[in-house]
Design a protein around this ligand. Structure first.
Ligand code: PMT
Length: 400
């Protein structure tokens, strides 16, 4: 976490039970050499005392917008200018709504409106509040405006329910901040990165298709991490339920053939190609024009092999730095190594799949292989792994 040292980080705490995790977060940041100041909303002070945060940060905690002790009574401007980065942890549904609509009725929301520093959010709330259309609309709006959102995670909640809405753990948040503060130094900055993501759908008839369980989460996290590292990012995505990350140029396709055609065209302008998509290996040889009727007991489909996008791109553009993914249920490294050679890749990222692993989940586990190198990344959020992958690509590129 060397990139955190001497950085000025403002932790904004709004009123949720996850506020208790922010004490540990501040401790980790301070231990790693960051200069930390804390700003709390009134309701945050109901969950945890400013005195606790003062003790762990070593600085007076800020709570009031109109504070005669602050420099020229303009505390929000002073703190907004001071911060290299602001992290709102926890960010409640109410606080996200205020941010999305530019409301500045307390010190923390005023700082967020007045700052030029990157603002990160770690949402924390009940699962139904997170799923609520208003919160989801605010979340998407904040993303498109460049706010960096970490989580929330899924799991058991303080209210006794289970679902998405848990704030990420303190160490995970500290790692994500460290990575984002380091990112701009990478060799990726200024490069054009083409990323495929999600599944493809192979039509059987107008209403049916063959596909797989890919949610696009891994590929979209890689796109987000590459963008944060300063790259121009082109995301070529199959059908997923995810919003395009802010600042990323996204093309949506459906079938493997469409993805193949578009990838070959877009790769012309790219420096790096990362193929996270789970492309269907086969598609029906015949697509029925009308919906197939249940007229017989069995239905036989003949499948044809789809073009291999990664293979064709790496062979058509020998100077492109090509990174493949390998989803394997057994002999992970052996199969990944074979794909690295056969598809003529610079790097392959192997992940174990099946048995509730890899596909659809928020977490993953990666083995990154390249000529003369191997890095094992244990289970973590796809967001964190994507940041580590981008840094690894950057290091390998830099050393070439
Ligand atoms: O989307 P998520 O739910 O987050 O799940 C993430 C993931 C498990 C899908 C992802 O991490 C992953 O492993 N993606 C690659 C899955 C895969 O299809 O692997 P593969 O071993 O079949 O293919 C090897 C490589 O060739 C991949 O880079 C793939 O994109 C590429 N390929 C495969 C077939 C094909 N016709 N064209 C290709 O480009």
């Amino acid at each position: 976490m060397a990139h955190i040292k001497n950085k000025q980080i403002l932790i904004g705490i709004s009123g949720g039970i996850a506020a208790y995790k922010s004490v540990e977060l501040v401790r980790i940041l301070v231990r790693n050499g960051a200069r930390v100041k804390v700003c709390m909303t009134r309701s945050a002070c109901e969950f945890i005392t400013p005195l606790t945060l003062q003790a762990v940060s070593g600085n007076r905690v800020h709570t009031e917008l109109l504070d005669p002790d602050a420099e020229a009574a303009m505390g929000h401007i002073e703190l907004a200018r001071w911060a290299d980065l602001i992290l709102l942890a926890p960010a409640t549904a109410n606080f996200m709504a205020k941010l999305a609509h530019g409301i500045a009725d307390d010190l923390l929301s005023s700082i967020c409106l007045a700052t030029a520093a990157p603002v990160h959010l770690a949402p924390a709330m009940n699962r139904l509040m997170w799923a609520n259309q208003a919160t989801q609309a605010n979340y998407k709006l904040l993303q498109t405006r460049g706010f960096v959102i970490h989580g929330p995670a899924e799991g058991e909640q303080a209210c006794g329910e289970t679902g998405a809405g848990r704030m990420l753990e303190a160490q995970q948040l500290a790692d994500l901040l460290a990575a984002s503060l380091a990112e701009k130094n990478t060799a990726i900055a200024g490069k054009t990165v083409l990323i495929t993501a999600g599944p493809t759908r192979e039509a059987i008839d107008p209403v049916r298709f063959i596909s797989n369980r890919s949610s696009g989460k891994m590929g979209y996290a890689v796109a987000k991490a590459a963008k944060a590292a300063g790259a121009e990012v082109i995301l070529l995505s199959g059908p997923v339920a995810l919003e395009s990350p802010a600042g990323v140029k996204r093309y949506l396709v459906e079938s493997a053939k469409e993805m193949h055609q578009k990838a070959l065209q877009l790769a012309r302008q790219a420096d790096i190609f990362i193929a996270t998509a789970a492309v269907s290996d086969y598609s029906p040889a015949h697509v029925y024009e009308q919906k197939i009727k249940k007229s017989t007991d069995t239905l036989t489909l003949q499948l044809h092999y789809n073009p291999d996008i990664l293979f064709d791109v790496s062979h058509a553009y020998p100077d492109l730095f090509c990174v493949g993914f390998a989803a394997e249920t057994q002999d992970l490294l052996k199969h990944a190594e074979a794909k690295l050679q056969r598809k003529k890749l610079d790097m392959i990222v192997a992940n174990p799949v099946g048995k509730n692993k890899g596909f659809e989940k928020d977490t993953n586990q990666l083995e990154i292989l390249w000529q003369g190198g191997h890095l094992s990344l244990p289970e973590n959020t796809k967001e964190k792994l994507a940041i580590d992958l981008i840094q690894t690509i950057s290091r390998v590129l830099y050393s070439e």
